[in-house]
Design a protein around this ligand. Sequence first.
Ligand code: GLV
Ligand code: GLV
Length: 324
Amino acid sequence: STPRFLVTQEIPEPGPSILREAGEVDVRHGMSAAELEGAVTSGDYDVVLAQVSDRFDAPLLARARIRGIANYAVGYNNVDVPAAAEHGIAVGNTPDVLDDATANIAMLLFLGAARRAHEASEYLRGGHFTGLRPDLLVGQDVTGATLGIAGMGRIGKAVARRALGFGMRVLFTQRPPHDREVTREELGDLADHVTQLPWDELVRESDYLSLHVPLTESTTHLVDADVLHRMKSTAVLVNTARGPVVDEKALVRALRDGEIFAAGLDVFENEPAVEPELLELPNAFLLPHVGSAEAGTRAGMARMAAENAVAMARGEQPPYPVQP
Ligand code: GLV
Ligand code: GLV
């Protein structure tokens, strides 16, 4: 029979064309959790083309009558992957294609936070600019500073290459908090240019700390009050990974009390909610989860997610699978 696809948010081309060529497409954005559950358990759909805001936990997966979940994202912490496997539900993601876009937004965030871009912009728009002043909006040095990368996967490496171009010293912990030694082969072109350190030392040494870990049990609140306390008072924290990697309440206190200089965040602990105090802090440079929001990147993600969905609907192995 004709495959039926549920799409939970409008995605760009070529996603819709690929899906329509293979079957029937229902786009139902703004579904509540209950509506999603109703749709997934109804037997009306073969595959869900999902967003990271759509949660597929074990109880839902046990009742789901679908063949697959094609996530429109590289991250898949919204899906209980072992539970999906147990119920014969395939899971796919969109790796690689968004590495550069996410690394670009990490650079934007740490330059913006270090150089006080948000404050400076408000100052200008507020009509306060009266001319050049030596003490006006002085930020932190970038060139010559030390960048610590937490999670040296594909995105971490893309950030490292950019930072080297800015004349930064690059340190990393491969898999905080409990590290695994990385070989020169794994580091490839970066092998002579980056240094691996244990997480504790990375925290202490970094002028900039950029998070590129997946969200798991061991990375939840990886950056907590204790870590923030051990960071330099001049340090900048950047999070383009997942909000719960940082204890957002502890971060508010650290930013307010000057325990660190600034933070640049593209992700939040309880999206779309943001700690209200964070919105008031001038040293928080905040973006609404736009890490992969480059036109070509989003088209690539749409193609990959749609190809995953079509393969799953046909009972084939998806081209970009998530392994349990
Ligand atoms: C976005 O956050 C993604 O995981 O692709
Ligand atoms: C994480 O998603 C990575 O690939 O670095």
